[in-house]
Write a protein that binds this ligand. Structure first.
Ligand SMILES: [Zn+2]
Ligand SMILES: [Zn+2]
Length: 253
């Protein structure tokens, strides 16, 4: 695995969209591009306007999308990407249909496929998916709508993305020893437990510590407050390298 790049859910709770790429340079050319979640920015105008910003990778270079669940902040841009696949196939810029993976426990799975331009496939808790050079495993989370954390491995490196979740001991086992934990951090510690199915900064840090991960990256951040406080709270609970996801944040694995 070469690097992971954030296209959304950076500085905000909405717009979860993380790109994992095997290219050895940030132009992304030549690598396999796996998009984890495909959310849309919502809320205040300054966030919504980000929906119209160019992504660093052209849509036709995205090979596959894997979805944690079907809430709009994780899936609302999928229709746009599927339609882009249609245009790109018509124009000869894309050879193969976009591959889209999601669980089958919510009605949203019916939208994974789009004519011959996007081919949907369902995963479950026992699934091991091979997507290009990546291997993916899944673990159910604690969330009002069925949601799965995923472990993405490639070439001896791995990362875990929690999707949306409240605290659950199973995630520490699932993320054990991974190099990077991308953890939802929806709440400042003073709001801990106020929104079921989401985690506070301290809870994210505790998960990272229990799992013994190499690095914690806080994502799915609140719309308000001072995010450096989140960084302090998560870092103190983890006791290891911690950072906040930001647009175009990248890491080589
Ligand atoms: Zn959700
Ligand atoms: Zn969410």
């Amino acid at each position: 695995m070469s690097y992971i790049q954030f296209l959304g859910a950076a500085g905000v709770v909405t717009g979860s969209k993380h790109l994992v790429n095997t290219a050895n340079d940030e132009s992304g050319t030549g690598g396999f591009q796996l998009l984890i979640d495909c959310g849309m920015f919502q809320g205040q105008k300054e966030w919504r306007e980000r929906n119209w910003k160019d992504t660093p990778i052209p849509a036709h270079e995205i090979d596959a999308v894997v979805l944690s669940h079907y809430h709009a902040d994780h899936v609302a841009d999928l229709g746009c990407l599927q339609y882009a696949a249609r245009i790109d196939m018509d124009l000869g810029r894309r050879k193969n249909p976009l591959k889209v993976f999601g669980h089958g426990e919510s009605p949203g799975f019916s939208k994974l496929s789009y004519l011959e331009f996007a081919s949907g496939e369902i995963y479950g808790r026992e699934s091991i998916l091979r997507i290009g050079p990546f291997s993916l495993g899944f673990s159910p989370t604690i969330h009002p709508d069925p949601c799965y954390a995923m472990r993405v491995s490639c070439g001896g490196a791995s990362l875990v993305y929690t999707g949306d979740t409240g605290p659950t001991p199973s995630l520490a086992d699932f993320a054990r020893g991974t190099e990077l934990l991308i953890c939802e951090t929806s709440l400042y510690d003073e709001y801990k437990g106020r929104i079921p199915g989401h985690m506070s900064a301290g809870e994210a840090g505790l998960l990272a510590r229990e799992a013994g991960v190499g690095m914690l990256l806080a994502t799915h951040l609140p719309h308000f407050g001072e995010h450096n406080v989140l960084l302090e709270q998560a870092g103190a609970a983890f006791g290891g390298r911690t950072d906040l996801a930001s647009r175009n944040w990248t890491l080589e694995l």
